[in-house]
Design a binder for this molecule. Sequence first.
Ligand code: ZN
Length: 249
Amino acid sequence: MDPFTVRLNLHGDLDFFVRSGARGRPIERSLSEKTSVKDVIESCGVPHPEIDLILINEQPVDFDYAIASDADIELYPVAITDLTFTYKRLQASTFNRFAADGHLGRLTRNLRLLGFDVAYDPRAEDRQLLGIMERENRALLTRDRRLLMHAVVKTGYCPRSQNADEQTVEVIRRFDLLGSIIPFTRCLRCNAPLRKVSKSEIIERLEPLTKIYYEQFRRCTGCGQIYWPGSHFSKLQKRLEQIRANFAD
Ligand SMILES: [Zn+2]
C-alpha cells in the first residue's frame, strides 16, 4: 500500500490534549496501512471519549471507520458552540453516575455534595476502576489520558483544570447536570444516600452541644455517619454557592 497522509483539525478545546507548541494548526500523520480513525486520533494524544463528532470529507463517521487514503479529519468535542450540526453524536451528552480515579478526591467530594453518585476508592488499581465503571454503567473521570483511551471506556471526561472547584464546574457542563443538583443528599465519605432521621433515634451519638442546638438530622444509609446543619454544613453551603455562581448569567 502506498503511504498516505491524514490531517486532523481539532476544534473547541480539544487542543488541550496537544503539546502547546503544536496547537492552533492541523496535525499531520503519514500512514502506510489501513487504520481506524479512532487509532489515528488516539495516536495524536486525544482520548476517544472526548470526541463527539468526526467528519471526514464533510461526512460524519464512527470510531471504527477505516482510513486508507489521504483524508482531512475534523474533530469536535461535546461542547460544540460554533456549529449547528444535527448529525448523530458519538457521546452521551448527559450522565449522572461516575467513577473517579484516585487523584480526584476533592472533585468527588464536591460532586457528592451536589448529590451525584460517584464511586471513588483511592486504593483502587486501574483495572478495578474500569471494572466498576463497566459493571455499574458509570462515566469515567480521570486526568490520566492513557486510562481514558482504554477500549472499554464508553463515556468519560478528563478535567482540564487542576482545581477541584473548577473541575466540578467542568463536569456539570460536560454532563449537563445543572438541573439535577440535589445538595446534601449523599454521604461525602461513602457515597450512599442520606435519609432524614429523628433526633430521638440518634441522640445517644450526639455531642452535648449538638444535642442542644440542632433539631434536623440525616443519617447515611451506608456508613451511618450523621449529618446536621452545623459548622461544616455552612462551609459546604458556601462552596456550593461558589460553584453555582459559575453558572449565573
Ligand atoms: Zn456514608
